[in-house]
Write a protein that binds this ligand. Structure first.
Ligand SMILES: [Ca+2]
Ligand SMILES: [Ca+2]
Ligand SMILES: [Ca+2]
Length: 403
């Protein structure tokens, strides 16, 4: 009998669908469309229940039933508070009928609980903006990159949504989607140095439920752009002015306009002309603005005023000298002897003349005491300084012999 009645009289609910279609919302009220397979009467809020399928939604309730036609009804549901999945179910209590025939026949057989659900999403949409993984900072690159990561998928995040600030000449950002939560923000740099800072103001992007983003947070969303190339400011030495002999070490300092990083062993050629041209190696200073090149005086070296060989005497020799942003240093030195040069900043004499002849003559003609006196007056690093020593009166009458 039931099956016959079913066939002869429409009296079941055919569907309960979201209206408008769409699942995610943060609305305080949602609407379902309930469609029966025939005209019915007696449909009211007590025939429905707002079922929380999942999540922490509380306080959801059916508020209004409005007929669209005798077989179609809209049902408005207050979505309560919190976040969760909400479905509208029809609970058959035989109060809905088509003529004399109750829904589904006598009993709770007309209940319906397989309709569509809404995802009520009130979780705030948050976003972080950080300099991209692998992004050099500081950098001299033509483009710098940040990464924006939302906690949920967004669909409306575009170039103008990015705020670029900082002290570099500000360029517009371009946004490239990695996935619906993750976006790369690229910013072209100019010839201007400074900082580039990327952020998102609140409300520029939305999740599927319509929640606007809160303002972005960051641990490091600042990239320093450095387009200034290091240059040599001056060359000097750690040693005091004076005369230096064989095996003395002259610590030559090359000061740059900013801190530089060194790889390998750059070289500095000195002016010990005509031969040999001494090439000395970098020894320390990477990470600071002053590099040290150590010159150990060789036995044959002599020069009245130590300097480097030319404006191009500083050479990489397979190494590198660059700032932290990888701008390679300009290696041009002040002209030898000109302001800023080693020769201008220091008066360092290299004197390794053996002077053995004069010393022997002195010893022969003047005796041990005078030689000791002469030796005592030599500058540091010298065994003997060339000077003329007059014979003593006692030995003056002895004829001198060439050695
Ligand atoms: Ca029933
Ligand atoms: Ca940074
Ligand atoms: Ca620089």
């Amino acid at each position: 009998m039931k099956s016959r009645l079913w066939r002869s009289s429409p009296r079941s609910s055919r569907s309960i669908a979201n209206t408008p279609a769409g699942q995610d919302t943060n609305a305080s009220s949602v609407r379902y469309r309930v469609t029966f397979n025939g005209d019915v009467t007696g449909v009211d809020p007590t025939d429905f229940v707002a079922t929380v399928v999942s999540g922490g939604l509380t306080g959801a309730s059916v508020t209004t039933v409005t007929p669209v036609s005798a077989s179609v009804y809209t049902v408005d549901v207050n979505t309560g508070t919190g976040t969760g999945t909400l479905r509208l179910d029809l609970v058959d209590d035989d109060s809905i009928a088509s003529g004399a025939v109750v829904l589904g026949g006598v009993g709770t057989n007309g209940s319906f609980s397989t309709g569509q659900s809404y995802v009520i999403d009130r979780t705030p949409l948050t976003v972080t903006v950080e300099q991209a993984v692998g992004q050099a900072d500081p950098t001299s690159q033509g483009t710098v990159s940040f990464t924006a990561v939302f906690n949920k998928d967004v669909t409306d995040f575009t170039d103008p949504d990015v705020t670029i600030t900082g002290t570099a000449l500000l360029m517009n950002a371009t946004v490239a989607m990695v996935d619906a939560k993750t976006y790369t923000i690229n910013v072209a740099t100019t010839t201007t140095s400074g900082t580039v800072i990327a952020s998102l103001a609140a409300g520029v992007a939305h999740d599927a439920a319509g929640n606007p983003n809160t303002a972005s947070t960051s641990i490091d969303n600042t990239i320093t752009v450095d387009k200034v190339v290091p240059t040599v400011a001056s060359v000097s030495a750690l040693n005091v002015d004076g005369s230096y002999g064989n095996a003395a070490v002259i610590h030559i300092t090359v000061k740059f306009s900013e801190a530089v990083l060194v790889t390998g062993a750059p070289e500095l050629s000195l002016n010990l002309a005509p031969l040999p041209v001494r090439v000395v190696k970098y020894v320390s200073g990477s990470g600071t603005d002053t590099l040290v090149f150590d010159y150990t005086v060789n036995p044959a070296d002599n020069v009245a005023r130590l300097d480097y060989a030319s404006t191009s005497a500083l050479a990489l020799a397979g190494g590198t000298i660059a700032d932290a942003a990888t701008n390679s240093a300009v290696l041009t030195l002040p002209a030898p002897g000109a302001a800023g040069s080693l020769g201008a900043n220091k008066n360092i004499v290299i004197d390794t003349a053996p002077h053995l002849l004069s010393a022997a003559l002195a010893f022969w003609s003047n005796g041990r005491r005078q030689f000791r006196d002469a030796h005592r007056h030599q500058p540091a690093g010298h065994r003997v300084q060339s000077r003329r020593l007059w014979p003593s009166p006692r030995s003056a009458s002895r004829p001198r012999r060439p050695c």
